[in-house]
Design a protein around this ligand. Structure first.
Ligand code: IDP
Ligand code: MG
Length: 140
């Protein structure tokens, strides 16, 4: 039993299609609790910085362009094994490979426009949360 926090982003393809509530509903149904949340428009610089681990990948430039193509909702989720749990509810990166019932299976448009981001480790969750939020903005 470990209570963890993780960063979740509802990506522009999903905010544009009015899917914020449907996605949060799936996260909450899994037991995860939203302890911070804001809707923002990322700048190119912020998107580049956030995804800098991927800067050598061929999809990096397009990914940055996609992430600034509309507003995103950044949120902190808390719960038991929140990092892995969020990744399970999200489904595989490629929606064609995502399991039934997952957010990406249900809502993603493509491999790139796959509706959600989720931290992939406890260390990255810590980094990513502090990229967007200060400690006093996390309210359980
Ligand atoms: P993740 O979001 O499941 O952790 P990552 O490998 O970290 O997947 O990739 C970050 C994001 O980059 C993905 O969610 C997706 O939006 C995009 N992406 C990943 N691989 C590709 C690709 O091969 N083509 C286009 N976009 C990709
Ligand atoms: Mg990732």
């Amino acid at each position: 039993m470990t209570i963890q926090q993780t960063l979740s982003i509802i990506k522009p393809d999903a905010t544009k299609r009015n899917l914020i509530g449907s996605i949060v509903s799936k996260l909450e149904s899994s037991g995860l609790k939203v302890i911070a949340q804001k809707k923002i428009q990322l700048t190119e610089l912020q998107a580049k910085q956030f995804y800098k681990v991927h800067k050598e990948r061929p999809f990096y430039h397009d990914l940055v362009k996609f992430m600034v193509s509309g507003p995103v909702v950044v949120q902190v989720l808390e719960g038991e094994n929140a990092v892995i749990k969020n990744r399970q509810v999200m489904g595989a990166t490629n929606p064609d490979e995502a399991e039934e019932g997952t957010i990406r299976k249900e809502f993603a448009e493509s491999l790139e426009a796959n509706s959600v981001h989720g931290s992939d480790s406890i260390e990255n969750a810590y980094q990513e949360i502090s990229f967007f939020f200060s400690q006093i903005e996390l309210v359980n």
